[in-house]
Design a protein around this ligand. Sequence first.
Ligand code: MG
Length: 384
Amino acid sequence: MLTRKEIENNELVQLASYAAKSSGTKGRSHREKEHPYRSAYQRDRDRIIYSTAFRRLEYKTQVFVNYEGDHYRTRLTHTLEVAQIAKTIARSLRLNEDLTETIALAHDLGHTPFGHSGEDALSELMAEHGWFDHNSQGLRVVDLLEERYPLFPGLNLTYEVREGIIKHSTPFDKPRAYIPFEIEGSPLLEIQVVDIADEIAYDNHDLDDGLASGLIEENKLESIALWKDAETEIKKKFSKIPAKIKRYQIVRSLINTQVTDLVKNTEHIIKKFNLKSASQVREMPERVVRFSDKMNELRKPLRIFLTDNLYHHYRVVRMADKAYRFIKDLFETYIKNSEQLPHSARTRLGKDDKYRVVCDYIAGMTDRYALDEYKKFFDPYKKV
Ligand code: MG
């Protein structure tokens, strides 16, 4: 059996000197005995996968609401794509793949139903009551809201994973966590990798889903150099292929091009600053894991295109606005008479602020649960 000690030793030998080692973790808030054959980060990964919040990601919107179709990305499949891209980057930079995977799997646990419109509604409603944002909520989920252990609340994850969830970009960028959280300096490279893998994943899968749904017309992409170059390459290789296969091939090539640029450029920065340890990474005034300037320029028009043509498409905007309105209605209904909250949430009322209890309850909902609750309140023929 490969023991934890051996895993830790392997990390010291195999990983780069600037990688985060599981034996160097700042540890957990509540003391626990180490596992015999899993590293601290492997254990955290498993705790996340077994959490309720993780399973709920399956029914939370990325861009397309669940009932639009079965083939679009959900927050769960988005999370898996982020983890997969992040692990590839981490492995090729000889970073800690286990830590990277764990942070990626946890990175969206604080998301509300209906994506950013749900978040906008809760931020507005909570402005006077201690605010809301999905990164802070993610930390709240793993620190407090998940109930698994008899001796402490939450999942008792390691400091580095919790830091990855709270997300911050520089030592000066103080995250507004609901829970006090001391920042050590710049984020570890593993955290930086997940952040960019998130961007790569959603830019490309939103493009793919946008095209599949017909909201984006492919010929409009001709003006985007990144797209055009990938298309030309594919056409050179295969002169006649079905449109759908061509689309997959282009998206696949786009991800590959961006990941390759990121890995090469990051390697270059690591060499330039002669980074030799994770503590040196902590002292860096700026991000180390980043695209080349050329790739940043190439990515810009693609992102603007997505904003104009997909995120601002009238059907996406209508759905977002509808979600915003009914999340607000639900919130106000619970606040007006909190005896309408189900038992699990009501038991917290004595101890916690009413607004926070309602906010946690709504933030944890899946899209379909929120829709169902809404019907129960506002459809007179629906059983309550
Ligand atoms: Mg994400």
